[in-house]
Design a protein around this ligand. Structure first.
Ligand code: UDX
Ligand code: ADP
Length: 464
């Protein structure tokens, strides 16, 4: 079976970059990305390709090349479904904020809406690919809905988890460590569907890196990969606290440990805590699934990764308060960075949000500079916590356009995102314009302690 038309429902951080790369690498396939969010689709179609809604290094160039040729962005979901042989579902699956599984289970309402829409519209056989991170067994739920509400056409459900990391999405998509495709490999139709998706990726990914498994292994592999990665960060963050007490340095420990080839050097960077749309959500999901099978020890084991991460964020914030003579009330604290990591404008679960919330509860005034995050996003992130009124958030948090404005007359600077540009700032100028003593808290181990102390900063870094 040769795929000619792909539809992707959801034009977000996963759907957008993934479809742009598929369109670039498969010029004979028409790829249409649809979304209910009209503003988002309008931004993807902006004549100035630099205005696309997602910032990822290298993405705008690919969109420029493929858009209008075989890559289209639209709000006409029905007609894109109708035309497609293969439909990717890339909608968001946030943690539930209500009802059973609140704060833990993934909210599948967006997925279910998609399934019902596909079932209503489809007039011929379709391959449906789950691309969002989903709890194990979602494929079965999708199949139930499609088979029971559809127009009598046949569906094959595939699981094709996304392993791209934001900030490096384009290179991760072009050179993936592996592509994982789960399907009903016990039936001929299932095998054909899996092969059809293998053929799409085989345009640019070597066959030996394309793994095919049953659906459940594929779904669970994604949760497992993210749980293992997050666990490494929580493990090194746990050590960072011990380093601070003992006089060891967490970077030195990480280097020594990472040179053991059985352990490896990646994901051992101590930080103010991991963020992003996946780690916390996927682990909570794993915990919820384990609990639902009565596997309490398994659930507790993985939950500890989250507990450690929450502790790290709180610890960073409370250290600021303690260091500033136990009060930040009315003091100006500058945040350098708001995104959950560098090279993305995504802020979901960013540590900065929680550190800010903590300091606002201590009555601090916060000024934020982030090179890619817009003010409205920063306020939306704080409003979402519901800790205080929207008016208060706007009165107490200011967002500015340059790091120098942000640091002027502040009591302390907290570095929350490891943007490259922060290493090249004129730190002498920043120091000169701050109140004294000038405190600098490095939540990312980005800055060199010696040169900052020579300037005169009171310098604190995670893990040393
Ligand atoms: C992650 C997975 O890496 C990716 O495979 C999956 O598809 C989605 O989830 P992402 O959340 O985009 O990707 O970013 P990632 O690079 O994994 O970083 C997650 C968080 O951990 C960030 O806040 C980052 O700053 C933090 N981190 C990462 C550390 O604090 N230390 C590290 O050593 C690595
Ligand atoms: P991710 O990181 O998983 O890509 P995003 O939130 O960036 O998550 O993107 C998900 C997109 O899916 C959003 O733009 C949202 O508007 C879109 N979406 C959610 N539900 C539907 C739906 N039923 N039909 C079409 N688009 C949807």
């Amino acid at each position: 079976m040769k795929i000619k038309n792909i539809c992707c429902i959801g034009a977000g951080y996963v759907g957008g970059p993934t479809m742009a790369v598929i369109a670039q690498k498969c010029p004979e396939i028409n790829v249409t990305v649809v979304d209910i969010n009209e503003n988002r689709i309008a931004a993807w179609n902006d004549v100035d390709v630099e205005n696309i809604p997602i910032y990822e290094p290298g993405l705008s160039k690919i969109v420029e090349e493929a858009r209008g040729r075989n890559l289209f962005f639209s709000t006409d979901i029905d007609s894109a479904i109708d035309k497609a042989d293969m439909i990717f579902i890339s909608v968001n699956t946030p943690t539930k904020t209500y009802g059973i599984g609140k704060g833990m289970a993934a909210d599948l309402k967006y997925i279910e809406l998609c399934a019902r829409q596909i079932a209503r519209v489809a007039k011929d056989d379709k391959i449906v690919v789950e691309k969002s991170t989903l709890p194990v067994r979602t494929a079965q739920a999708l199949k139930d809905i499609l088979d029971n509400t559809g127009n009598g056409v046949n569906y094959q459900i595939l699981s094709n988890p996304e392993f791209l990391a934001e900030g490096t999405a384009v290179s991760d998509l072009i050179n993936p460590d592996r592509v994982l495709i789960g399907g009903d490999i016990d039936t001929t139709e299932g095998k054909e569907a899996v092969q059809a998706l293998v053929d799409v990726y085989a345009h640019w990914v070597p066959q030996k890196q394309i793994l095919t498994t049953n659906v459940w292994s594929s779904e669970l592999s994604k949760l497992t990969a993210n749980a293992f990665l997050a666990q490494r960060v929580s493990s090194i963050n746990a050590m960072s606290e011990l380093c601070e007490r003992t006089g060891a340095d967490v970077n030195e420990v990480a280097k020594a440990v990472g040179m053991d080839s059985r352990i490896g050097p990646k994901f051992l960077k101590s930080s103010v805590g991991f963020g992003g749309s996946c780690f916390q959500k996927d682990i909570l999901n794993l915990v919820y699934i384990a609990k639902s099978f009565g596997l309490n020890e398994v659930a507790d084991y993985w939950e500890q990764v989250i507990i450690m991460n929450d502790h790290q964020k709180r610890r960073f914030a409370s250290n600021i308060v303690k260091t500033l003579y136990n009060t930040v009330s009315g003091k100006k604290i500058t945040f350098l960075g708001w995104a959950f990591k560098k090279d993305t404008n995504d802020t979901r679960e960013s540590a900065a949000i929680y550190v800010a919330d903590y300091l606002l509860n201590e009555q601090a005034e916060i000024v934020v500079y982030d090179p890619k995050v817009k003010a409205e996003q920063i306020y939306a992130d704080l409003d979402y916590l519901n800790t205080r009124t929207e008016e208060e958030n706007r009165a107490r948090v200011t967002v500015v356009n340059t790091p120098y404005d942000a640091c002027k007359e502040s009591h302390a600077v907290a570095l929350l995102t490891e943007w490259d540009e922060f290493t090249e700032l004129n730190w002498q100028q920043i120091y000169d314009n701050m109140l004294k003593p000038a405190f600098l808290f490095d939540g990312r181990r980005l800055l060199e302690k010696r040169t900052k102390e020579e300037i005169g900063f009171e310098f604190y870094a995670i893990g040393s």
